[in-house]
Design a binder for this molecule. Structure first.
Ligand code: ADP
Ligand code: ADP
Length: 229
């Protein structure tokens, strides 16, 4: 399962200023659709609506044919994994941070997720700036390493649907390449909605939608869009 459909979705934070003006697209189960477009286009708003942080004022959002208006936020959070732009760590070990929200997971499962995200060496470490025991230093994690914590958490949770929010935008190009590989692994076989600034980070998407001022202005594969210039 995990087919996601937006049908003529309309939304405004302020009635005088529409943000989404009739957005329709489908992410078939197991496929990847990327939304690209300039800052302010409404991309993050789409993901907030998918989590029901806000309700659309027109149209519908469906998961496997069911309108999410009838689904609780708790169920949506179980069905949809999110790798956000900035990962905020909790005041505990990296292992705890990976397990967060997935309390039944065994230590072995946490280690395996950490290993797939290539942070297994950090599992029992405490991040810098948190309540480390007197005399001990916390571990300073880079932006890429923090993102790997979010990736490991998502691997452990194993949701059918993924939202990747501009997941590599804050990283240098080498780290970005590495994180992109990790994300490609996580999204394989899952329904994935990628929110991105640049076409170059979404080469492998099954479909790319270009959102501008709340409407989809172009759609196609990476090659189609390059050909269209
Ligand atoms: P994108 O992700 O494409 O950069 P967003 O969906 O974050 O765009 O924002 C679209 C527009 O909605 C922007 O003009 C932004 O300023 C506005 N906006 C975002 N969040 C809010 C909010 N909570 N209240 C009012 N306006 C908002
Ligand atoms: P913003 O632009 O306001 O920083 P984002 O677009 O980065 O927000 O994130 C969209 C929303 O998803 C945020 O409100 C964030 O709190 C929420 N979010 C982040 N991680 C998760 C998660 N694992 N599950 C559900 N919601 C999440």
């Amino acid at each position: 399962g995990g087919r996601v459909e937006f049908r003529d979705v309309r939304f405004a934070y302020d009635p005088a200023r529409p943000i989404l003006r009739g957005v329709s697209f489908t992410v078939p189960a197991g496929q990847t659709v990327a939304i690209v477009g300039p800052s302010g286009a409404g991309k993050s708003t789409l993901s907030r609506l998918l989590f029901r942080f806000y309700e659309p004022q027109g149209g519908q959002i469906l998961i496997d044919g069911q309108d999410i208006a009838a689904v609780t936020q708790t169920s949506l959070r179980a069905a949809i994994g999110m790798v956000p732009q900035d990962t905020v760590l909790f005041n505990d070990t990296i292992g705890y941070n990976i397990r967060y929200g997935c309390w039944d997971a065994t230590d072995a499962a946490v280690r395996e997720a950490a290993s797939l995200a290539q942070i297994d060496r950090f599992v029992s470490a405490l991040p810098e700036g948190y309540d480390t025991p007197v005399g001990e230093r916390g571990l300073k994690l880079s932006g890429g390493e923090k993102q790997r914590v979010a990736i490991a958490r998502t691997i452990l949770k194993g949701p059918p649907i993924l939202v990747l929010d501009e997941a590599t935008s804050a990283l240098d190009s080498f780290t970005e390449r590495e994180i992109q590989d990790a994300l490609d692994k996580v999204s394989r076989g899952r329904t994935t909605l990628v929110i991105a600034h640049r076409l170059s980070t979404v080469v492998n998407a099954d479909e790319i939608l270009v959102l501008d001022k709340g409407v989809i202005v172009e759609r196609g594969t990476h090659q189609n869009l390059l050909d269209a210039g």
